[in-house]
Design a protein around this ligand. Sequence first.
Ligand code: SF4
Ligand code: SF4
Length: 213
Amino acid sequence: MGYFGKIFSGIYNLSLGLWTTLKYLPGRSITIQYPKERMEMFEKSRGMVVLLSDKETGKLNCNACLLCQKSCPVAAITIKQEKNEETKKRFPSRFDVDTLICCFCGLCEEACNFDAIKLAPMYEFATTDKASLMFDMDKLQEIGRDVKYTPRKKRAKKKVAAKSAPKKDDAAAERKAEPTTQKIAQQIPEPDSKPADTTDKNPDKPENPETKQ
Ligand code: SF4
Ligand code: SF4
């Protein structure tokens, strides 16, 4: 490529880049100016692991059943279970989550039947201090205090309602099946109508003399 060819190629590529910029300039911006702006995450997004508390009493929902600890694939959860001798109820005296090794799989939340643990839609916990990524019970409860969540029973009800609702395809199939049902109904004889003559009319068959008399 000659000298002028290289200049032309440079101008052409520069114009392509400028054209791409101009093309997207008038449209809606997709990116945000972090940290001045922050994206609002969905309730189900998997961020920081937190412990949920009862909104009225302020007590942790956790009853130290250990299901989340057992379901964690990386052993990031450590719970110490204790029992109240008067009420005979279990409670956690220690609940640690090692966020450094947590892979945010959400299995702990899935395993919990008491709406006690959740992956909150929070993603800003990067730090240079490794030790601060080991969250203890107080910290987990504190972070989880204002986290919104749909109780498990409500979620289950919604699922059942969604499953029992007739699907569009089913409704269309029912509508298609209707004329067939009507046709079958038309073919069924009325109770007053005469039964069909089932006498054997084969001319080759000899007649029964008793019947003839
Ligand atoms: S999100 Fe997954 S890895 Fe993290 S604590 Fe829960 S079960 Fe363990
Ligand atoms: S957070 Fe849920 S699953 Fe884990 S110990 Fe507490 S009640 Fe059990």
